[in-house]
Design a protein around this ligand. Structure first.
Ligand SMILES: C[S@@+](CC[C@H](N)C(=O)[O-])C[C@H]1O[C@@H](n2cnc3c(N)ncnc32)[C@H](O)[C@@H]1O
Length: 288
């Protein structure tokens, strides 16, 4: 079945090709292209190559790829890992979460136009058919189908999370306190590894929601036309630019600082109760 009714190919400003979801009215990797954005925002910022090559195991190095979509982030990560590992055998698990594989199937139909997919067709077919693929002997790539926000997280705790759903306006279930709390539970278990999570947002409300769920949160690198993005972690010292007292002061006067709960994605100021919870977060202790 063709997916042309739901998706279309678009040419981005820089000339690269990407995919637009007609239903969601959103273009993937709109900032740059399906190779550059995954590299800048996720792979390089999280120092994936360095962390994978320094991983001593024996447990696998685990990546959660939330919102697999047409697999730009996953494929970029796999390419970087294969290059850095060469013949070295470090067990890697990539867990991709996706509510609908239509975007990936559309991408496969247009692999020739979407350059980043060239050479990966077999792995993607395997992933779609069997739910698991082995893009190289030490990399296990698993597909978890369904709504991520409603799934028990049975994969091992991750070292790296690519958090890439659509925007809160389209995908409120993915951005609420309940979902960020479930993820926080996985990465804050006593035996969980150091973990970082990257996302293109700069929204005050999203950052407040992440903090109230437990995450440490900082400013992320620029990518494309976005001057600022967001990086979160289970360890404060992994953040280059943690949100600070000046940011807290702006939260107070912001008209978009209300944390997201349930499917409520309305803009609003933060309540006094939530602000009190926010300033009690360990990230802000000792700041003045
Ligand atoms: C912006 S696209 C992802 C782009 C992709 N990461 C890439 O690098 O090519 C967002 C994806 O998140 C998926 N998604 C949205 N809500 C979801 C949910 N509740 N659970 C799992 N996946 C979801 C969408 O179906 C869509 O494919």
């Amino acid at each position: 079945m063709s997916h042309d009714a739901a998706f279309e190919l678009v040419t981005l400003k820089g000339g690269g090709r990407s995919i637009r979801s007609k239903a969601h009215g959103e273009t993937m990797h709109i900032g740059t292209d399906p190779r550059t954005e995954p590299l800048e925002l996720h792979v390089t910022q999280q120092r994936l190559a360095e962390r994978v090559s320094g991983w001593s195991g024996p447990a696998p190095f685990v990546i959660w790829d939330i919102g697999l979509g047409p697999a730009g982030n996953a494929i970029t990560a796999i390419e970087v890992i294969r290059e850095v590992l060469g013949g070295k055998s470090v067990p890697i698990e990539i867990h991709s979460y996706e509510i609908s594989t239509d975007a990936l199937e559309f991408a496969l139909e247009h692999a020739a136009e979407l350059e980043y997919l060239n050479g990966w067709e077999t792995s993607i077919r395997e992933l779609l058919k069997h739910g698991t693929a082995f893009p190289s002997p030490s990399i296990t790539w698993r597909l978890h189908r369904g709504d991520f926000s409603r799934q028990p997280h049975d994969a091992l705790a991750p070292s790296v999370i690519f958090f890439d759903p659509y925007s809160p306006a389209r995908n409120s279930e993915m951005w609420n306190l309940e979902t960020f709390r479930l993820m926080w539970e996985a990465v804050s278990a006593p035996d969980a590894p150091a973990c970082t999570m990257t996302n293109y947002t700069r929204s005050t409300s999203v950052r407040v929601t992440m903090l109230l769920a437990g995450w440490f949160v900082g400013t992320g690198v620029p990518t494309g036309e976005k001057e600022v993005t967001t990086m979160a972690s289970n360890r404060l010292d992994l953040l280059k630019e943690p949100l600070d007292a000046a940011w807290l002061a702006r939260v107070r006067s912001s008209t978009n600082a209300d944390p997201m709960r349930g499917r409520n994605n309305e803009r609003g100021p933060i309540s006094a109760e939530d602000y009190a919870r926010l300033i009690a977060h360990p990230q802000f202790q000792g700041l003045r």
